[in-house]
Unconditional design. Structure first.
Length: 518
């Protein structure tokens, strides 16, 4: 777009905005940027009519920028100013006149303003892309020795171009995740439909444990980002595999697009697929039979038998499931996004994405600054990407070494002590980027292991969760690790070592009859 056309659109935009009933959203900043981008023409000798025209239009735009929000232009006076600026260019003057004098209703004026803003914004985006690619091209062609690693060079270029991938001129702005128009009954009704689904449980991904479902108001929600935090060797991967299995077993897919196929997706950045699949099979089989799956039993079963059983159980409610092992050193968040887009292009609608662990990815391309800023930006980018697609993103995260001192000090109810206090490895402010926090820790009482759970923030739910539901204890068993209890008797405890919740007597399980009677 040349300078004259940019200035013509700027004049038309400011004039049309002055005609709106509500005049508190003028595009003065955007238009001033137009005048800054247009270089001052050389007109000292008065021999360049084109330069004189551009300078005249530019001064008209700047004068309109100085006018207040309540300015109402007198069209004849404004056209006179434009005619003087256009000089002998009658075609230019007629173009501006047509844009200013067309008779439009309020709705038509709004549409015209939106169209003009997007056209100017598109010009800036196009120019920015040209500049980025131009600089990269010069470096690649004339200074290749300054590029030590071509992969890093390409990654950096892709990162710089990432913000420009959306189409700002389209009807749907990719930055807008959701919208409600309170002048439109259908738009409002659509939002209340989402609220109703949250309230009645439709569309919520419930887990296999009643206590965890109570803690997060029924289950995980599509579009939210959840982080499950614990110290090393405290069942983080076990929890991810359990959730992956439970989502398939206890939920029927609620589709946004009925033409797609529902998908549960698991990216492992640490464990081998063989390890995770073995745990998946073991947890599933033991929950179903109540009998321990021994190494000897696995040796006796054929690969085809175990494969058929796992496939059948994971698909029982119609979900397609996929687990992918990734070398995190060779991937970035862009590769995560590209893989998701690739799977979507195969006809799948992804409901849940489990990243075990997201923080193992390099933060290449993320913002840097204070300590932990790159990790925050990594989570922010992944959350925003998944939220726009209504994908529930769940990832475990390491608790910082600072929290280990609390363990050494022997604090009671460890997860309650660390909740909402920023005990995240590498980034104290990670909680600002996620929707749901769950803290976990294994406590051992009289050689019995219990998984303690404490919920932190949960910003995607409406209303207050009862305080008694924010903390729970799940006992480990020899069979099925932590057996499911959905549609069964509640197996959760109020504290480690206590009896089942709701039982007539919730005294610690190691007490003798005499001690309980005392």
């Amino acid at each position: 777009m040349n300078s004259k056309l940019l200035l013509v659109k700027s004049i038309t935009l400011l004039y049309r905005e002055s005609q709106l009933t509500t005049k508190n959203d003028r595009s003065v900043g955007l238009v001033r940027e137009v005048t800054r981008k247009i270089k001052a023409p050389e007109i000292n000798l008065g021999l360049d009519p084109e330069a004189e025209t551009i300078e005249g239009l530019k001064q008209t735009v700047l004068a309109m920028c100085e006018d207040g929000d309540e300015t109402e232009y007198e069209i004849t006076e404004l056209l006179q100013r434009v005619k003087v600026a256009a000089g002998e260019d009658a075609t230019l003057y007629d173009a501006i006149k047509d844009g200013l004098t067309a008779n439009l209703e309020e709705q038509g004026i709004k549409k015209a303003c939106i169209s003009l803003r997007r056209a100017i914004q598109k010009h800036f985006r196009d120019e920015a892309v040209k500049e980025i690619i131009g600089k990269a091209s010069v470096k690649l062609k004339f200074n290749p020795d300054d590029i030590p690693d071509m992969k890093d060079f390409v990654q950096e270029l892709c990162t710089q171009l990432e913000p420009f991938q959306g189409d700002v001129t389209g009807a749907n702005d990719p930055a807008i995740i959701s919208e409600v128009d309170f002048d439109n009954d259908d738009s409002i009704a659509e939002i209340f439909s989402v609220i109703r689904k949250d309230e009645d449980g439709t569309g919520i991904m419930r887990t296999g444990w009643q206590a965890l479902n109570r803690m997060i108001r029924g289950g995980f929600r599509r579009g939210e980002c959840a982080v499950v935090s614990a110290l090393q060797h405290n069942f983080k991967t076990g929890m991810m595999i359990s959730l992956f299995r439970q989502f398939a077993l206890y939920n029927k897919p609620e589709m946004l697009d009925p033409t797609k196929k529902p998908m549960l997706l698991f990216f492992s950045f640490e464990n081998e697929i063989s390890t995770n699949t073995h745990l998946l099979y073991k947890y599933m089989k033991e929950n179903e039979t109540g009998v321990e799956v021994t190494p000897q039993e696995i040796e006796q079963m054929s690969d085809a038998e175990m494969a058929a059983y796992t496939r059948e159980r994971m698909a029982v409610n119609g979900y397609h499931s996929r687990m992918i092992r990734i070398n995190p050193s060779l991937w970035t968040y862009n590769d995560v996004f590209n893989k998701i887009i690739e799977i979507e292009s195969e006809g799948y609608e992804i409901h849940v994405l489990i990243l075990d662990y997201l923080a193992m990815l390099p933060t290449t391309g993320c913002r840097t600054g204070t300590i932990g800023e790159d990790i925050r930006d990594l989570f922010r980018r992944c959350r925003n990407f998944c939220s726009a697609r209504k994908i529930c993103m769940i990832t475990p995260h390491q608790i910082s070494t600072d929290a280990k001192q609390l363990v050494r000090d022997g604090v009671n109810e460890f997860v309650k002590q660390i909740a909402n206090k920023g005990y995240y490895d590498g980034c104290r402010r990670l909680d600002q980027e996620v929707d749901l926090e769950i803290y976990m820790h294994i406590e051992i009482v009289n050689d019995l292991s219990f998984l303690t759970l404490q919920r932190g923030k949960h910003r995607t739910v409406v209303g207050q969760t009862p305080r008694e539901h924010l903390y729970t204890v799940l006992p480990f068993e020899k069979v099925a690790a932590i057996p499911d209890d959905v549609d069964k008797h509640d197996r959760s405890r109020r504290k480690p070592g206590a009896g089942p919740r709701g039982a007539a007597n919730e005294q610690p399980v190691w007490m003798t009859d005499m001690e309980m009677a005392a």
